[in-house]
Write a protein that binds this ligand. Structure first.
Ligand code: UT7
Length: 330
């Protein structure tokens, strides 16, 4: 059974924080951030906004754009590394906020690869025939886990949400290829707050409840893993790399996109970029840029598109899509 993206929606918080704003608070500069990452500014959630409330805004738009109502949704999957709570799941919270029926709702924890992990799980559940329309939401309030005294990480991330409605019907998602290697989890992680290190005065004083990253290591593995993953998915579907219209990659760093494009010998025009305006929004990253491309007409029915992401875990993945404009659906 074929599964396609029937509607897409996004939400970005209003507050824009530029590199110049950050340079007033920590020892950094617009020049350093721009030249090392390609980021100029990011959005930061307001007081009272969190993963579920941002996800709600994106999801409502996705349902509307799919031409459906909340009653039509029969499965909800949320990808996030910044859930409202450790439990219950953000998906459960969102089920009620959206006024969905009592449909199954659960979270996926795969950090920046979460949207692709969600895509794989959701499409198979739809293909099983049990569900007809699924809502997949990537939503992140990364500002809540950033150490605003650590210039090597806090300048990189932003908040936001993106959502898609996936439905049975047309050809859309052709394949998904996922991978994980957890042998070095501390390359990108948050040490405190889980069952291994519950919150104590010492863990708080030690700033263990914030994201930690070995950026250089992540950079190296990210480029290699994404390149191989793209080559593998194209190989197993017998598609020539030149027949791919766009490589919609997780927006972590412009230099990662550039290195990936070079290794694949693909012109940079095929790698859309919005990291300059939103920073790294983890699980929200791919739907955020896809929505821009739908709105400005870059994505056209029939385009072969590759999605690719990489994140904490380490996890990574790729998906091959045949883009289907839902406005053309009967
Ligand atoms: O979704 C996946 C998430 N993770 C990533 O995408 C991260 C991938 N890694 C990267 O994007 C890059 O490694 C970074 C952007 C994080 C860092 O760039 P880099 O070129 O690898 O820089 P570096 O970490 O090697 O640091 C170079 C210098 C250091 O100073 P010294 O030791 O050479 O004197 C840092 O202290 O830059 C300094 N530095 C900064 N300077 C100004 C680090 N952060 C900053 C900063 N402003 N914000």
């Amino acid at each position: 059974m074929n599964v396609y993206i029937r509607g897409i929606g996004t939400y970005l918080p209003e507050k824009i924080v530029s590199n110049h704003d950050l340079a007033k608070q920590i020892d950094t500069s617009d020049e350093w951030i721009w030249s090392r990452t390609g980021i100029r500014e990011r959005r930061i959630a307001a007081e009272g906004e969190h993963a579920s409330t941002m996800g709600k805004r994106a999801a409502e738009e996705a349902i509307r754009n799919a031409g459906l109502s909340p009653d039509d949704i029969d499965l909800l999957v949320v990808a996030t590394m910044t859930p409202d709570f450790l439990f219950p799941s953000t998906a459960a919270v969102l089920q009620a906020q959206l006024g969905l029926r009592n449909v199954p709702a659960f979270d996926i924890s795969a950090a920046c690869s979460g949207f692709l992990y969600g895509l794989e799980v959701t499409r198979h559940l739809l293909q099983s025939g049990t569900y007809r329309n699924a809502l997949l939401v990537g939503t992140e309030k990364l500002s809540s886990v950033l150490d605003w005294q650590d210039r090597s990480t806090c300048v990189l991330f932003g908040d936001g949400a993106g959502a898609v409605v996936l439905s049975q019907g047309a050809t859309g998602i052709i394949d998904v290829l996922l991978a994980a290697d957890g042998s070095n989890p501390d390359i990108l992680y948050m040490p405190g707050g889980g069952s291994r290190m519950p919150a104590t005065e010492a863990s708080v004083a030690h700033r263990d409840h914030f994201l930690k990253m070995n950026g250089r290591e992540v950079f190296k593995v990210a480029v290699r893993a994404m390149e191989q993953s793209i080559r593998d998915i194209l190989d197993r579907n017998s598609i020539n790399i030149n027949d791919i219209r766009y490589f919609i990659a997780h927006q972590a760093n412009y230099r990662i996109l550039d290195a990936l494009a070079q290794r694949l010998s693909v012109p940079m025009e095929k790698f859309p970029v919005n990291v300059d305006r939103v920073g790294n929004t983890s699980a929200a990253s791919i739907p955020l840029i896809m929505k821009e491309m739908v709105d400005d007409g870059r994505l056209k029915s029939g385009d072969n598109v590759v999605l690719v992401a990489f994140g904490a875990g380490l996890t990574w993945g790729t998906s091959l899509l045949k883009w289907k404009d839902s406005r053309e659906m009967p």
